[in-house]
Design a protein around this ligand. Structure first.
Ligand SMILES: [Zn+2]
Length: 313
C-alpha cells in the first residue's frame, strides 16, 4: 500500500486541489481565462474521452468555443504542473457539444462506471471528482434554509446563499463495506435489485448513520442484514465512489456468531462461502459464485482475505 492508499479505481487523482489558489475570486477568473487552462466539458454527467484506441480524457481550451458564462461557472478541479484544470457542464446540442462531436479525432461521452474500466487510473480519478462535483452543484442551486439562489465560491469548493449568506459545503456520503469471516469461510450477500437471480455475491455494505463510528456502523449493518454479530473490526482501505458521491470504507471483521438470519426486505440471500470456492471464483472457475470485478473495493476485500493478506484469527 502506498502513502496515497491502496490505489483503488477512482482514488488516484493526481491534481493538487489548490487550497491556497482558491482564496482569490479575481485570480481564479484570471486563471480560467488563460489559454493554458484546461476544461472538461461534461454532458448529462457523462465524461468526454478521446475516441481513439487509447482512451483518455478530452480537455478543451478557452479558445474552443467556450463562452464567458461557462468560464465564470467553471469548477476548479485542481492544478498540475502549473496548469489549472476545470470542469464545466454543457447541454446536448449546444455549440460546444457540436464542436466536440464533430472534431476529426472525435469525442465520446461515457458514463463514469465505464470510465473506471477504460481510463488510466489518474484520468479515472479526475473524472470521478468532476462528476461528483457537478452532480452536487446541480442540486445546490437553491439554499436549503431559505430557498434563495446560491452562487459558487472558491472555484466550487463552497456555495453561498444570496439572501441569508449561509455557506453550503460539498457532500460526501460514507458507506461501510465489510468482509466478515470466521477463519475459513466468509460472509457474502446478495442485495435486492440488479444482482437478484444471478450468482453474484458481495461484501455487506450500508450507509453510516449520523453520530456513528465506523466500527459501530459495521456491527449494526452486519447484524441488520445477516443477523450475525461481529468483533475485531479492521480497516483495510477506502474508495471514492462517484455514484453519486459516496466514500466506501472497506473493513474486515471476525464473526462472533454463525447463524444467518438475513433481512428479507433488503437481501435476496446471504451465505457463508468456503475459502476454496472464493479462490475458484477469483480464478473465474466457480459455477456457483461470482464476485464483484476489480473496479469495486469489494473485490479487493474478498481477495485480501482469500489470499491471507490480512491478519489471521
Ligand atoms: Zn439562504
Amino acid at each position: 500500500m502506498s502513502i496515497k492508499g491502496f490505489g483503488h479505481v477512482f482514488s488516484r487523482n493526481p491534481l493538487n486541489r489548490g487550497e491556497v489558489e482558491r482564496r482569490s475570486e479575481e485570480d481564479l477568473l484570471t486563471m480560467a481565462n488563460r489559454e493554458s487552462s484546461l476544461f472538461l466539458a461534461i454532458r448529462d454527467l457523462n465524461i468526454p474521452v478521446n475516441s481513439n484506441r487509447k482512451k483518455s480524457l478530452h480537455w478543451m481550451k478557452r479558445s474552443h468555443h467556450l463562452l464567458d458564462k461557462e468560464i465564470k461557472t467553471a469548477i476548479l478541479l485542481g492544478i498540475r504542473g502549473g496548469v489549472y484544470h476545470y470542469a464545466i457542464k454543457i447541454k446536448s446540442g449546444s455549440d460546444i457539444d457540436t464542436f466536440l462531436t464533430h472534431q476529426d479525432q472525435g469525442v465520446d461521452f461515457i458514463d463514469i462506471r465505464t470510465c473506471g474500466q477504460l481510463l488510466a487510473p489518474e484520468d479515472a480519478g479526475i473524472a470521478a471528482q468532476a462528476r461528483i462535483q457537478l452532480y452536487w452543484h446541480d442540486r445546490m442551486a437553491f439554499c436549503s434554509l431559505c430557498g434563495s439562489k446560491t452562487f459558487m465560491k472558491r472555484g466550487g469548493q463552497v456555495r453561498q446563499c444570496s439572501s441569508c449568506n449561509t455557506e453550503h459545503f460539498p457532500r460526501t456520503d460514507p458507506v461501510i463495506i465489510v468482509l466478515v469471516h470466521d477463519g475459513e469461510h466468509c460472509l457474502l450477500g446478495q442485495s435486492k435489485g440488479r444482482l437478484q437471480q444471478t450468482n453474484m455475491y458481495s461484501a455487506l455494505a450500508g450507509f453510516m448513520d449520523q453520530g456513528e463510528a465506523i466500527e459501530e456502523a459495521v456491527y449494526r449493518e452486519v447484524k441488520e442484514e445477516a443477523g450475525i454479530e461481529v468483533m475485531n473490526v479492521k480497516y483495510h482501505s477506502s474508495q471514492p465512489w462517484p455514484l453519486p458521491h459516496s466514500l466506501m470504507i472497506g473493513c474486515h471483521a471476525e464473526a462472533k456468531t454463525k447463524d444467518i438470519q438475513f433481512d428479507k426486505e433488503e437481501m435476496t440471500d446471504v451465505q457463508w462461502f468456503p475459502r476454496n470456492e472464493i479462490i475458484k471464483s477469483l480464478n473465474g472457475e466457480s459455477d456457483v459464485l461470482q464476485i464483484p470485478m476489480q473496479l469495486a473495493i469489494a473485490h479487493h476485500l474478498i481477495k485480501a482475505w482469500a489470499k491471507k493478506e490480512i491478519p489471521v484469527l
